[in-house]
Design a protein around this ligand. Structure first.
Ligand code: PGA
Length: 272
């Protein structure tokens, strides 16, 4: 069985480097004896160099660097050029990042899009970003998820199209490097209800079927399908046991040292 993976999506938090350092070292303290879980911290771009440097230079961190990796929350699909404000996959790899979240729903449907001018990311852009990540040696975490569930189950087609378009042209040999995060939009953020483990499990089977139809069953045996959307220390165990989740993408809970450490501990003990 492959290790379960916990990917902390800090989003645009915390407000300053001091607080980010405090959070990071709190997490480090909690993971010293982890064996069956991989941890990826995805801070805002501006804090990335601090964490990647810390992992390389601090003795204790060198020991645990096999268990903890640093990821980005996005990247741009070109490798260099006149793209003001953008950050490329090779730049991220060079600074020490090894993962990248791609196609998060807050980038597909940004909350500020009502101000006009921002249309949000399309499956085509996300596809190019996934290819750029793989080219540079980063493991992409592809986020998919429907906005709403309808009685006619049209949302299943929506997920199928997201996956097929976002993974179009990816080679069979690369597909096991892509982590698919099922994050229903209705389950993310304050006041949302998380999916149930059963809802996730059904979706996991459905996503595996789409992947195996597209790439062939033998190429997807190592592919991981993880859950995100109001993950916390209370529901994580049932997602592992009943939902068979290969890992998690917590947002808010990853900013709380106690909750995040507890999530790690539960993954470590529930994953046989
Ligand atoms: P949440 O966010 O855990 O705060 O719901 C998850 C995500 O958006 O990745």
């Amino acid at each position: 069985m492959s290790k379960s993976i916990i990917i902390a999506n800090w989003k645009m938090n915390p407000e300053n480097l001091k607080e980010a350092e405090r959070l990071f070292s709190g997490i480090i303290k909690s993971i010293s004896d982890i064996k069956k879980t991989e941890i990826v911290i995805c801070p805002p771009f501006i804090f990335l160099p601090y964490f990647t440097k810390a992992i390389k230079s601090e003795e204790k961190l060198i020991k645990i660097s096999k268990k903890i990796k640093i990821g980005a929350q996005d990247l741009f699909f070109e490798d260099s050029g006149a793209y003001t404000g953008e950050i490329s996959a090779p730049m991220l790899y060079d600074i020490g990042a090894r993962y990248a979240i791609i196609g998060h729903s807050e980038r597909r449907n940004p909350p500020f899009s009502s101000l006009g001018g921002t249309i949000g990311e399309t499956n085509l852009e996300i596809n190019k970003k996934i290819k750029a990540a793989l080219r540079a040696g980063l493991q992409p975490i592809l986020c998919v998820g429907e906005n709403l569930r309808d009685e006619n189950h049209e949302y299943l087609n929506f997920i199928k199209i997201q996956i097929e378009e976002c993974l179009d042209g990816i080679s069979k040999n690369s597909i096991s490097k892509v982590i698919v995060a099922y994050e229903p939009v209705w389950a993310i953020g304050n006041g949302a209800r998380p999916a149930t483990p059963e809802e996730f499990y059904e979706m996991k089977i459905f996503i595996r079927k789409i992947l195996s139809d597209k790439f062939g069953v033998k190429f997807i045996s190592g592919a991981r399908i993880i859950y995100g959307g109001s993950v916390d220390d209370k529901n994580v165990e049932s997602f592992i046991k009943e939902g068979k989740a290969d890992g998690f993408l917590p947002g808010r809970a990853s900013l709380d040292i106690k909750k995040f450490s507890q999530i790690i501990k539960i993954c470590e003990t529930s994953n046989n």
